[in-house]
Design a protein around this ligand. Structure first.
Ligand SMILES: Cc1cc2nc3c(=O)[nH]c(=O)nc-3n(C[C@H](O)[C@H](O)[C@H](O)COP(=O)(O)O)c2cc1C
Length: 190
């Protein structure tokens, strides 16, 4: 069982989203909680097909060939869930939206495993659309009765080429503090 699952929606290996996920994971692990960063690289996460089979409390999505059910199983055992995305045309990556819509449907149709989970979104981009991406991803948290941790800025960072985000010290420190707050809430709820 892992305490906090971090979804990294970037298709790039060791890209900027990964660097932010790692920064956040390290801050969480320093407090004694465990983390698992799950990369979407190489996956082909499909969109909800509105078959409604998850409404029969199956605890699973009917689309069973893209690895999302395995991610759902890990999330069910965790206390925290963080989603991190590169900004694509001012929004989150499409496959992350597909994933969180299907995760929401399975939670809604069953035992509401997302309820009271702690977390929040993280976004990285070259220049613009970060706050819109954060707002878009927050919709997932607020409709699912989740508890969102804050930081001393929004969880956004700047970088284009792989690794560039390492130069954004303010972005890194915002995400570190966010990770500490995720841990603080989880540990306070125990
Ligand atoms: C298809 C595409 C669309 C993008 N759109 C935006 C955008 O709207 N705003 C922005 O600031 N950066 C945009 N970018 C740049 C990425 O967000 C940026 O390179 C980011 O650091 C990539 O993260 P990664 O290394 O984790 O993949 C876009 C990149 C791609 C490939």
């Amino acid at each position: 069982m892992t305490d906090v699952i971090i979804l990294n929606a970037s298709p790039r290996e060791s890209g900027n989203t990964h660097i932010l996920c790692k920064e956040c994971a390290d801050a969480i692990e320093k407090t004694g909680l465990s983390t698992h960063i799950i990369s979407f690289r190489g996956k082909n996460i499909k969109s909800c097909i509105a078959c409604n089979s998850c409404k029969k409390n199956t605890g699973r999505c009917a689309i069973d060939d893209d690895g999302l059910n395995e991610i759902i199983d890990e999330i069910k055992d965790a206390k925290g869930l963080i989603v991190a995305s590169p900004v694509y045309f001012g929004t989150a990556r499409g496959d992350l939206m597909s994933a969180i819509q299907r995760i929401s449907m399975v939670s809604y149709g069953g035992d509401r495993f997302l309820s009271k989970m702690v977390g929040g979104p993280v976004a990285v981009g070259r220049r613009g659309g970060h706050t819109a991406t954060i707002q878009e991803l927050l919709m997932f948290y607020f409709i699912n009765d989740m508890i969102v941790a804050g930081s001393d800025y929004w969880n956004i960072a700047f970088g284009k080429a792989k690794g560039e985000v390492s130069e954004d010290e303010e972005g890194l420190s915002t995400v570190r503090k966010f990770g500490e707050n995720v841990s603080l809430i989880i540990n306070s709820l125990q």
